[in-house]
Ligand binder design. Structure first.
Ligand SMILES: Nc1ncnc2c1ncn2[C@@H]1O[C@H](COP(=O)(O)OP(=O)(O)OP(=O)(O)O)[C@@H](O)[C@H]1O
Ligand SMILES: [Mg+2]
Length: 336
């Protein structure tokens, strides 16, 4: 049940096949008179029901900010986030957001945030206690989830007495406890080895089928693309590319569709920009093959220099390269 205020922000439900629709999300960090960081610059996309959507991007590209904004834990500076029932969570009063999240969304964080002094079982039970689920239902659901996830034998152990992979499973079970429609996972494979990562992602796929849940998984771990139905690429707070299944993350060019976003922007892949040797102006023309871009004026070396170290992670930047080889951040020129 929603209050009168909430009802005003509930529009018609989304089309049947959609679990979430994000429209033009912006997020600016920093208060007035402080240095501002525009972490999201107009991000729009849909999540389909029973879909695993991956979002990949380098460190600092805006993945965590996006996840927090979608769940209402961070109020976006602008934009709307609609859930299947037509609720715009960005307009919902804070106290109602808590309840809405508890009932509809499960979060899996990289640092699992498990309560250290509670057993695995009690950790998983916690979200159900918060919505006053009765004891027998709680016990039944905990057992069911722990069995599905293969951790029932670890039920009495506290987080520090189980492995990293098992802790991650406890965190996943906890996220699933209240039967959410959507799971948001931020670097769910961040702290575990490759074998455990594979198991966790396979598990997401099984649970997607069995429980009809949709997943949004943010990561810079290439393996996530292998297990997603669709993968979006984010760079500097803008979605720049979309990939369907079976992508080779060492060769994204082979499967990338470029995105023209709601702002009518199109971002060229880094290697295309390198190929154009940093030209500043282009002419464009329609040909039989498509659109042809021709560099008009080359970057004038006397007017500036390319930075030598990445401003995000500090790595050395070789000549002729326009994105950081270590963290992938886009590099800008420093004009003298
Ligand atoms: N609380 C904050 N205050 C100011 N700037 C922030 C804050 N949190 C994040 N940022 C900045 O916003 C941008 C996006 O950060 P975000 O954490 O969303 O990136 P990310 O893609 O999740 O990175 P990572 O892969 O390292 O987790 C970065 O430039 C970051 O420095
Ligand atoms: Mg992050």
């Amino acid at each position: 049940m929603y209050s009168d205020i909430t009802r005003k922000i509930q529009l018609d439900p989304l089309p049947e096949h959609l679990a979430l629709q994000a429209i033009d999300i912006y997020h600016v960090y920093g208060l007035e008179h402080q240095n501002k960081v525009v972490a999201l610059k107009g991000v729009s996309f849909d999540i389909k029901k029973s879909e695993i959507l991956g979002i990949i991007g380098p460190s600092g590209s805006g993945k965590s900010t996006l996840l927090l904004s979608l769940g209402g834990m961070l109020k976006p500076s602008a934009g709307q986030v609609f859930y299947a029932d037509g609720i715009d969570i960005t307009k919902m009063p804070e106290e109602e957001q808590f309840e809405y999240r508890r009932n509809n969304i499960g979060y899996v964080f990289q640092e699992q945030n498990l309560i250290p002094f509670l057993s695995a079982e009690k950790n998983i039970e916690m979200p159900m206690r918060l919505i006053n689920t009765n004891r027998s239902k709680r016990k039944q659901r905990v057992k069911e989830l722990m069995e599905i996830l293969g951790i029932w034998h670890r039920r009495a152990h506290t987080p520090q007495r189980i492995s990293g992979g098992e802790q991650q499973r406890v965190a996943i079970a906890r996220a699933l406890a209240n039967n959410p429609n959507l799971i948001f996972a931020d670097e769910p494979t961040g702290n575990v080895d490759i074998e455990t990562s594979t198991q966790i992602l396979e598990l997401f796929n099984e649970l997607k089928e069995d429980l009809g849940v949709s997943y949004l998984i943010c990561s810079h771990d290439p393996i996530v693309g292998d297990f997603s139905d669709r993968t979006l690429e984010i760079r500097d707070g803008i979605l720049i590319g979309e990939h369907l299944q079976d992508i080779d993350l060492t060769d994204l060019d082979s499967s990338r569709f470029l995105v023209i976003d709601n702002q009518n922007r199109i971002t060229l892949p880094e290697n295309a920009i390198s190929e154009l040797e940093g030209a500043l102006l282009y002419t464009w023309s329609m040909t039989e093959e498509g659109i042809l871009l021709k560099p008009l004026r080359k970057y004038d070396k006397s007017k500036g220099r390319k930075i030598k170290n990445c401003t995000t992670c500090g790595a050395d930047i070789p000549k002729g390269v326009y994105s950081c080889p270590r963290c992938g951040a886009k590099l800008t020129r420093v004009v003298r």
